[in-house]
Ligand binder design. Structure first.
Ligand SMILES: [Ca+2]
Length: 714
């Protein structure tokens, strides 16, 4: 490297900085940033696309920040990991966009309330040789990089697998080459100065924090020196956010790095995979044992304290290495979004659980492990997001995205009312601000649980949010009663629904608390007959109004009614039934089921056998004699349904006779009818007042009544 080259570039850098400093001074923010407890890893998203997402989605949804891919200039070989092979930290043209686009993204996201965290790769530089994303060249064989030369690197030795063991070889892990990458001498004054310049430039541009890549491959003192050498406050007036990538092994002591930032708590990533898949005997219901609880974090797995943890269900490495739950890995294995909603549930848990700084991961779908980001835009020509097409847009998945505001709303609240159903079902309160229930079981979870929420109707943010009028929800809702209890009906995992409920006080329906109707009382019976009964009750009351009652007979609905009375017909004589009722209000809530009333139908009245005989009908071929009259047994005046008599002998005038059963104590009117199946020939009228033949059956009929009616009256 020549001094001249360095000087030229420094001039260029200073000129850029002067412009930017002026711009930033003018745009000193009058706007507020979102709460900082959640961010999203926008893996290989272009700066221009991130800017759009900040404005259109991330800001309004409450995301606190975006962790962007490394903005330095890097190798460009056609693989996703090219960007982890830095060449130049000064002219920040990368696979994600130009330096100017990077600056615009920062400003746009800040305006939307969203911070920008840069992924910083300073352990190593690119191997091989070539032209970087900013047009500058490098050659690792001659240690020629725009700002680094032969004296700026550690010796050429590979890190061995055993170095990560216990005791392992810490010097090798920190000073030898990680997968062949040329290891920077990060303890040297010159290298530290270059890193300082890079970090200072990013902060000046408005970057809000750093994710240090491969931190365990550098000395803790190096990282502390980097962080200490630059401003401690961002352009937005906040402390600089710092987290370290430190994958646990048998050698690294993560506590050594906590003086310069938080650590990526990979144990959380592993715990999500193990507990939601239920592998190795791990159970979601035991999560407190594994990782501890507020004020006492650690657990049997040895989690770092919450204030020192950055957590994610997966990042780009674990999604390719299989160390986490998976969402976009289409290399031939089953994702945790296929056949289950484990991936969604784990993100919901992460955002509901008061541990660490939570990061959602949003990347792209891939079919081989080295495949780089799609050339297709995440948006269509009209600017609409193409979700789960090439880019997965996990930050827009409704059930995950809505949990960002759950997290900020419940910030500072502890865990209460923790309960497990099966080993795969848990629920807990976040103080009196929120409540969540997660059903990672392939069976529904229907249960009434205690919350600490104020009474009211809440939107289940897993399914939707408040409507614009805030009087209803775009998805399902849950009622918390005056005792703080909520009755939940959570679908089984494995279906189309994400089987969880999440409620918080900023998604509470206004316009009054919708309470269920009172339960109907005092059920009574009346008008009981052999085949019917009327059930009545004391009307229910409700704050929004009772719309209907459901009437149940032996626990099965037999009808609904708007009034407090219902007549049930079609019953069987001499049978006992149990009736109950419940009320529904206009909001669809139901009361409890009433106490039952027992009804026994009356016995069917005993019949009275009457033997009808008629002669001299003068029937023609095809005609038969029928008794037709005002009783069901004799056809209710319909010849086709009349009671058929049987001819007693042969010839046109022999008697016809037959015995019908009629109700007792009943006034019966009838005529004889000659009927050939289509034409009725009725008797003419009698001298009775009705013109019909008449009889009244007795109250009891020990033997048939003989009704010898003489001759057919033509
Ligand atoms: Ca190193």
């Amino acid at each position: 490297m020549t001094t001249g080259n360095r000087t030229t570039l420094l001039k260029r850098l200073l000129a850029t900085c002067a412009v930017l400093c002026t711009a930033l001074a003018v745009s000193t923010p009058a706007y507020a940033l979102n709460p900082s407890d959640t961010s999203v890893q926008m893996f290989r998203w272009k700066w221009n696309d991130i800017a759009k997402e900040c404005t259109n989605w991330l800001g309004p949804q409450g995301y606190g920040g975006v962790q962007v891919s490394p903005p330095h200039a890097a190798a460009s070989l056609g693989f996703w990991y090219d960007m982890y092979q830095p060449v130049d930290y000064t002219l920040l043209n990368s696979a994600m966009g130009t330096e100017a686009e990077f600056q615009t993204m920062i400003n746009t996201c800040h305006t939307a309330g969203v911070r920008i965290y840069a992924d910083v790769v300073v352990n190593h530089l690119a191997p091989g040789s070539g032209t970087a994303t900013n047009g500058r060249t490098w050659n690792a064989n001659t240690f020629s990089y725009p700002f680094f030369g032969v004296n700026d690197f550690h010796a050429n030795c590979p890190i061995q697998g055993a170095d990560y063991g216990s005791p392992g070889n810490q010097n090798s892990v920190r000073n030898c080459r990680l997968v062949g990458l040329i290891d920077l001498a990060t303890e040297s004054t010159y290298v530290r100065g270059q890193v300082k310049n890079y970090l200072a430039k990013l902060l000046t541009m408005g970057v809000d924090g750093f994710r240090f890549d491969a931190s365990k491959h550098m000395q803790p003192a190096d990282l502390l020196a980097f962080v200490s050498s630059v401003a401690q406050t961002t352009q937005m007036g906040e402390p600089v956010w710092v987290t370290h990538e430190i994958i646990p092994d048998g050698n690294v002591n993560r506590a050594d790095y906590l003086n310069s930032g938080t650590v990526n708590e990979f144990k959380f990533t592993y715990a999500m995979r193990e507990t939601f898949r239920g592998t190795n005997g791990n159970q979601l219901s035991q999560i407190r044992t594994y990782m501890g609880t507020p004020g006492n974090w650690g657990g049997t797995w040895g989690f770092v304290d919450s204030a020192k943890a950055t957590v994610f269900v997966n990042n780009w490495d674990t999604e390719r290495g299989g160390d986490s739950l998976l969402a976009s890995n289409f290399t031939g294995i089953t994702n945790d979004t296929q056949g289950s909603k484990r991936y969604d549930l784990a993100n919901i848990f992460m955002l509901a659980w008061p541990y660490g700084h939570a990061q959602v991961h949003s990347g792209f779908r891939f079919t081989n492990h080295e495949q780089t980001s799609p050339s297709a835009s995440p948006f269509d020509a009209s600017g609409n997001p193409q979700i789960n097409v090439n880019w997965d847009f996990i930050h827009r998945w409704g059930n995950i995205s809505n949990m960002v505001k759950f997290r900020s709303t419940t910030s500072g609240q502890g865990i209460g009312n923790f309960i497990s159903g099966t080993a795969n079902q848990i629920a807990f309160s976040r103080g009196n601000k929120g409540f969540v229930a997660i059903n990672n079981e392939f069976a529904a979870w229907n249960i009434t649980l205690q919350t600490a929420l104020p009474a009211g109707t809440y939107c289940n943010v897993i399914q939707g949010q408040l409507t614009a009028a805030q009087t209803g929800c775009t998805g399902g809702s849950v009622v918390v009663n005056s005792s703080g209890q909520a009755t939940l009906n959570i679908a089984a995992n494995g279906g189309s629904a994400v089987p969880a409920v999440a409620l918080h006080v900023n998604q509470k329906v206004t316009g009054g608390i919708d309470t269920p109707p009172t339960t109907p009382t005092n059920l009574t019976k009346s008008n009981v007959t052999p085949s019917a009964a009327t059930i009545s009750w004391t009307a229910s009351t409700d704050n929004v109004g009772v719309s209907s009652y459901q009437v149940l007979r032996n626990n099965v609905q037999v009808g609904t009614t708007a009034t407090a009375s219902f007549t049930n017909t079609g019953l069987t004589p001499s049978t006992t039934y149990s009736y109950t009722a419940r009320a529904f209000d206009t909001a669809g809530q139901s009361s409890g089921i009433s106490a039952p009333v027992s009804v026994t139908t009356l016995a069917a009245p005993p019949g009275c056998a009457v033997t009808f005989t008629i002669a001299n009908a003068n029937t023609t071929m095809g005609q038969n004699l029928y008794v037709v009259g005002n009783q069901t047994a004799i056809g209710n005046w319909t010849p086709a349904s009349g009671f058929a008599l049987v001819i007693q002998g042969s010839g046109a005038n022999v008697p016809w006779s037959g015995t019908a059963t009629l109700p007792v104590s009943t006034a019966v009117q009838y005529k004889y009818v000659k009927w050939n199946g289509s034409t009725a020939v009725w008797e003419s009228n009698q001298t009775t007042t009705s013109g019909n033949r008449q009889l009244t059956t007795p109250a009891s009929c020990a033997s048939p009544v003989a009704k010898n009616d003489g001759n057919f009256k033509p």
